[in-house]
Each structure stands twice: as structure tokens, then as C-alpha cells.
Design a binder for this molecule. Structure first.
Ligand code: 1CP
Length: 349
């Protein structure tokens, strides 16, 4: 027999339903951080054609193609825009390249003069290209598949700008503890630019956005308050003022039992939680996204099925979005990613 409820909701997005607290289906919506990327052979082929990772980010046709690739392979509920959190500093005028196997190399900001040289992102070629990717992607997706936009949170993005690339974030932490005026102003500037950037993505067709604070767990006490929670709260408020109905997911990685405070930021629709977060200890009234260990995918389909079951029984499905605790790792077998999605889809009591 056809399930009428499912049939009637075929043109609605299961992800957006959970984010907006509409009655959800019988299994949680599912998407996976870094679902597009180097573990997929079809991604590697397009990436080669584009030249470099940065070229791929600013080629709307090819970036839209890699955004939809995982949805061709797997029955996912959402696509996430293919871009990078470092688009914002690049659009602000810092040179950016990705060295093969070494990660990003970015211009630095370490003084008032460096800060003063930064440009607004909205007029930039980089942001125009990313917004074009959003438009082209939305046009390729059916109505039941949501398109998620994103940006990095000020602390995480600033940590790359201070260090000039990947680092242990020590330079940025020192500047934060010392409350260097240029550092405090950099965080404020990133709040303003991120509001513009996410709003532009929403104007172009993004239906939800996620703020990635991958290094939020670096900070504690008043630094966590002032450089993680308050800036994210200001972005959420600024975006909501322009797009009141846009759901916003806050992913503060590594903040453990401070997660409820991220969830309590006015206007936040859901929190993303890392693998280490104990789901049972989270407040029962928040939408939670996560937290399968990306390493479990490397242990094979049987482990994955067991972990999917454990996570899906730990959270009420009216407020659960299935995801990983962090991005899919390079070298993950695409067939095991399929096993994750199938296990969630089959999870039906
Ligand atoms: O060679 C390649 O193909 C580059 C690998 C790659 C990819 C596929 C990088 C380099 N970025 C991305 C895409 C990307 N990055 C997405 C696309 C959408 C998706 O999830 O599928 C997103 C959302 C990001 C976000 C991002 N970039 C974050 C936040 C999330 C996280 O993983 O914590 C961070 C920290 C970055 C910086 C970054 N991008 C890439 C590298 C190697 C790094 C540095 C990471 C580090 O410092 O450890």
C-alpha cells in the first residue's frame, strides 16, 4: 500500500520540515558533511578538469556539478554548496591557494594595517561566482532536495587568516587572549561580511545555511563567549533580520557540553554535534544534527549499520537530522557511504 503521508510530502523537503519543526517523516532526513569530495572518483575527475581546487570553487558549472554528484549516487535529502570557508578571506582580498597534500596557503592579517586593507565581499568576483553556483545547483535539484549554503564562523576563519593557513591556532589564540584591537575588529568584520555572504546565498536560492565553527573547541570561558558564541549569535541575528524564515544550523565543533548554549542562540534552528557529544545529555527540545564518527565508515558496513541504529534510537526523530560528527574522510569507500544512507532510510522502527 502507498504511504499517503509520504506521497503527499514527496514535493516537500524532509530536511526543511525538521528544521522548521513541521511534523517529520518516520526516519530522519540525512546529508553528510563533505559529501562531495575526493573520496568520490567522479569528483576527482571534475577537479582535474577544473585545474585546481580554487578554480573549481569559482567555476559555477563545475562547482554545481560536484554539488549534485553525491545526490546522484545516494538517496540524500540535501546538497551542500560546493565552496570553502576560505572563500570569505579570499573575497576580502587575501591571496589563496591550496598546495597539493598540504592544505590552504592564505595571506595573513596580523595588524591594523592588514585589517584596513580588507575589502567587502559582496562586490567580489569570488562571491558572485559562488552565488551563481547556488542558482545553477538549485535549478538542478528536485523540490524535495534542499540546498544548504554555508560559511565559516569568525573564530575558525580568523584562525586561518592570522596563521596564513592550517595551524594549531596558537597565534590566533594568543591574539584572542590579549584582546588585540585588530583581532577584536577582525572578528567584528567577519561577522558583518558573513551576514552579507549568507544573505547573498539565500537570495540566490540556498534554503538553509550552516555556520561551521570547526575550531570552536579551542576556546573556553570569556574567550569562548566573546569570539565563538557572541559572533555566531550576531550572524544568526543579522541573517534572520533579512531572511526571517531561513533555517540556520550552528556547528560548533569541540564545545561539548556548551552545545546547549549554541542551541539557545536566538534564531538558531539546529545544532551540529561532533562524535564526542553524548546525545542523551542534550536538552530534549532542540533539533540535533550529527554525530556518526567518520572513522566508523572506514570500519565497514556492519559497524556503520550498528552505529546508525544506536544514533537513531538516541534522538527523537522529530528533531533529528542524520549526519556525521565531522566530514567524510579521504579514502572512505563510496559503497560504505551508501550503506550509511540506506541504513538511515531503512530505520523505520
Ligand atoms: O583537494 C581538494 O579537493 C580539497 C579538499 C577540500 C574540499 C572538498 C577542501 C580543502 N575543502 C573542500 C570543500 C568544503 N570545505 C566544503 C564543501 C561542501 C561539502 O561539505 O561537501 C565545505 C563545507 C568546507 C568547509 C571547510 N573548509 C571547513 C569547515 C568544515 C570542516 O571540515 O571542519 C574547513 C575547516 C575548511 C578549510 C579547508 N578546506 C580544505 C582544507 C584542506 C582545509 C583545511 C583543514 C584544516 O586546517 O585542517
Amino acid at each position: 500500500m502507498i504511504d499517503k503521508r509520504r506521497d503527499a510530502s514527496a514535493s516537500r523537503s524532509a530536511l526543511l520540515d525538521v528544521l522548521t519543526r513541521k511534523p517529520a517523516g518516520r526516519r530522519p532526513p540525512v546529508w553528510l558533511m563533505r559529501q562531495a569530495g575526493r573520496y568520490l572518483p567522479e569528483y576527482r575527475a571534475v577537479r582535474e578538469k577544473a585545474g585546481s581546487f580554487v578554480d573549481l570553487c569559482y567555476n559555477p558549472e563545475l562547482a554545481a556539478e560536484v554539488t549534485v554528484q553525491p545526490l546522484r549516487r545516494y538517496d540524500l535529502d540535501a546538497a551542500i554548496l560546493f565552496a570553502d570557508i576560505l572563500v570569505v578571506p579570499h573575497a576580502m582580498g587575501l591571496p589563496l591557494k591550496f598546495e597539493e597534500g598540504e592544505g590552504p596557503v592564505l595571506g595573513t592579517v596580523r595588524s591594523d594595517a592588514d585589517l584596513a586593507a580588507l575589502k567587502p565581499v559582496l562586490a567580489s568576483h569570488e562571491v558572485k561566482q559562488v552565488c551563481r553556483t547556488v542558482e545553477l545547483t538549485r535549478a538542478q535539484l528536485s523540490p524535495d532536495k534542499a540546498l544548504i549554503g554555508f560559511c565559516g564562523a569568525p573564530w575558525t576563519v580568523a584562525s586561518y587568516m592570522v596563521a596564513g593557513g592550517s595551524s594549531d591556532r596558537v597565534m590566533a589564540k594568543v591574539a584572542a587572549y590579549q584582546r588585540q584591537p585588530w583581532f577584536v575588529a577582525l572578528i567584528e568584520r567577519l561577522v558583518a561580511e558573513s551576514i552579507d555572504y549568507l544573505s547573498a546565498q539565500a537570495d540566490a536560492g540556498a534554503q538553509a545555511v550552516q555556520i561551521f565553527d570547526s575550531w570552536a573547541g579551542d576556546l573556553v570561558g570569556s574567550e569562548l563567549e566573546d569570539f565563538v558564541l557572541k559572533p555566531i549569535g550576531a550572524i544568526v541575528a543579522g541573517v534572520k533580520a533579512r531572511h526571517p524564515d531561513l533555517p540556520i544550523i550552528v556547528f560548533g565543533r569541540g564545545i561539548g557540553m556548551e552545545q546547549p548554549r549554541a542551541a539557545a542562540l536566538p534564531g538558531a534552528s539546529a545544532i551540529g554535534v561532533e562524535t564526542e557529544t553524548d546525545l542523551a545529555k542534550l536538552p530534549k527540545d532542540i533539533v540535533v544534527q550529527g554525530n556518526l564518527d567518520p572513522v566508523a565508515l572506514m570500519a565497514g558496513p556492519d559497524v556503520v549499520r550498528r552505529e546508525v541504529e544506536r544514533i537513531c534510537t538516541a534522538i527523537d526523530r522529530q528533531r533529528h537530522i542524520f549526519n556525521l560528527g565531522h566530514g567524510i574522510r579521504l579514502g572512505t569507500d563510496p559503497a560504505v557511504v551508501g550503506a550509511v544512507v540506506d541504513a538511515v532510510r531503512r530505520f523505520d522502527d
